[in-house]
Write a protein that binds this ligand. Structure first.
Ligand code: MSP
Length: 517
């Protein structure tokens, strides 16, 4: 029994900057979060899953100016591209939050007032090297070859500024990390965060006066709120803050933030410190993934190698993209996105292994068993061995996904698929059908039942294909999304539909996959 008694889970993606169109890196964080959310819904969790866009800050103000439009018009347009991407990727989010929405402005200003009333915000003056691209100040000694540690160009600036007393949280954070070993995933990132905090924390500049495109500081509108304090608050806005008390909320009690490795520091240091200062419980986990290179290089418009998720979905389907990104890259590590790698994995696993298994079993039943097979009274050792092999692989898949090891999860399922193909090759129903019709139908029932189980486990990754297979084997809709449900005693095959047709190509160059404009 895998299903849990109802328990709540809140899954978030980072909210995406709206200075450029979404690319494969953005799609990746969203897909991983979606798979985690879908899998937990199948386990019976009451899941809330949010995503959105991060729309304030100097960088965005400047991008709008460069485009010759007002910031709101600019952010409306790009935010829409991120919203449009969600159905294309088949994302099951419950909310899409924009930081320019009134509900978010109200939540952020309320949060600011709480931090200020609790004595954690004071007015001072800031002087330092400012990285505009990454919206962060650095001291002279933090610069690397005259640039920010993120690689951005910097300029020396001073401004009156509100500070957050981050320095007061060093011990509290270290104590929190110690007591919550699962707070940061993977361990390498946790170790980096812990040693960063151990080196000492300085108070953090949390307001800006050098531009206007942001949420005004309550009672001092010459200042806008630092974009990261604004952005991080989205996770609570979407969860009904401030009307809803987060400390007494079942979703907030189990919130998991999926983020890329470069923004762990903001989520694992600043965010819990802000929350502690406001008397609100920090999130349960910050789970970080690695970065995609494109065809071996950093993605960049000037190189022309920006991988466009929309094109992949149009050419090969969202299931194929979802499968590839989670299978190819071991979560937490960096990886390389290439068209050849994509097609290679698609053909070998989705088309030749899974697609072929479904098509040969289903069409065999349709053709030679009148479209119907019945649960056998007895099964032989070979059947039992095969059934056990599949069950063990699927059981091992569950802890993998709980540990965010999506690639390992898929490896286990692939093992089960290959066991099914081998069982069919050994049993050779095509050779038995004239001489041993009963054994033939038993073998096919054993196979179809295992296809049913495997397909359910594949569902969070490739929902469209899984639905198609479950529809062909007549599984009622309400039973499709419950991981524990057993298979019927009679399998009736409906209309056959192809699943993952092979991509025929000798010449990859005919696929135009890169983002153009
Ligand atoms: N706006 C902030 C997040 C605020 S959350 C309160 C931000 N936005 S972002 O658009 O720059 O990045 C959003 C996500 O996309 C991050 O998780 C980041 O890691 C991911 N990716 C952007 N490019 C990427 C790759 N090339 N590869 C993998 N993911 C990367 O940061």
């Amino acid at each position: 029994m895998l299903r849990c008694p109802v328990s709540s889970l809140y899954v978030t993606t980072p909210i995406y900057y709206v200075n450029a169109k979404p690319h494969i890196g953005h799609a990746y964080t969203t897909i991983a979060s979606d798979v985690y959310a879908r899998f937990h819904r199948m386990l019976g969790y009451d899941v809330k899953f949010t995503t959105g866009t991060d729309e304030h800050g100097k960088k965005i103000e400047q991008s709008a100016r460069n485009a010759g439009v007002a910031p709101q018009e600019f952010t409306d347009k790009i935010s829409q591209l991120f919203q449009d991407l969600l159905p294309i990727l088949n994302i099951s989010n419950d909310d899409f939050i924009r930081t320019t929405e009134p509900r978010h402005k109200a939540a952020t200003q309320h949060f600011w007032n709480v931090l200020s009333d609790n004595g954690y915000i004071y007015l001072g003056e800031y002087a330092g090297w400012y990285d505009m691209r990454n919206e962060a100040y650095f001291d002279e000694e933090e610069l690397v070859d005259g640039k920010s540690p993120f690689g951005g160009e910097v300029q020396y600036m001073t401004e009156p500024c509100y500070f957050f007393k981050l320095s007061a949280f060093q011990e509290k954070l270290l104590d929190f990390y110690e007591k919550n070993q699962d707070f940061i995933y993977p361990t390498q990132r946790k170790n980096e965060v812990v040693s960063f905090v151990e080196r000492g924390l300085k108070d953090l500049a949390v307001s800006r006066t050098t531009f206007d495109w942001g949420i005004p500081v309550p009672k001092d509108p010459d200042h806008v709120i630092y974009v990261w304090l604004d952005a991080l608050t989205n996770y609570m806005t979407s969860n009904g803050y401030p009307e809803k008390d987060q400390n007494n909320d079942e979703f907030w009690g189990n919130v998991i933030h999926f983020v890329g490795k470069e923004i762990v520091r903001f989520h694992a240091i600043y965010w819990p410190a802000f929350l502690m200062a406001a008397g609100i419980a920090p999130p349960k986990s910050v789970v970080s993934h690695g970065w995609w290179l494109s065809e071996g290089e950093k993605m960049s418009k000037s190189v022309g190698n920006v991988q466009d998720p929309v094109k992949y979905c149009r050419l090969f389907g969202s299931d194929a993209l979802r499968y590839f990104v989670l299978r190819e890259l071991s979560f937490g590590s960096d990886g390389n996105f290439s068209l050849a790698g994509f097609i290679g994995r698609y053909n070998s696993m989705l088309a030749n292994s899974y697609g072929n298994l479904c098509s040969r079993v289903l069409s065999f039943i349709k053709k030679y068993c009148d479209g119907k097979v019945i649960r056998p009274g007895n099964t032989c050792t070979e059947d039992a061995d095969f059934q056990r092999e599949v069950s063990v692989a699927l059981e091992e898949a569950v802890p993998a996904i709980r540990e965010y090891a999506f690639s390992r999860y898929l490896e286990k399922i692939e093992y089960a698929i290959s066991a099914a193909n081998q069982y069919m090759d050994r049993q050779k129903p095509w050779a038995l059908r004239d001489t041993e019709p009963t054994r033939t139908q038993d073998v096919l029932f054993v196979l179809i039942e295992q296809i049913y189980k495997i397909t359910k486990y594949l569902y969070p990754i490739v929902p469209i294909a899984s639905e198609k297979v479950l529809r062909q084997i007549n599984v009622p809709y309400e039973l499709r999304l419950d991981i524990d449900d057993g298979f019927a005693d009679v399998a009736i095959i409906g209309e056959l539909e192809p699943v993952f047709p092979k991509i025929e190509t000798e010449d990859l160059s005919r696929f135009d996959v890169f983002e153009k404009d």
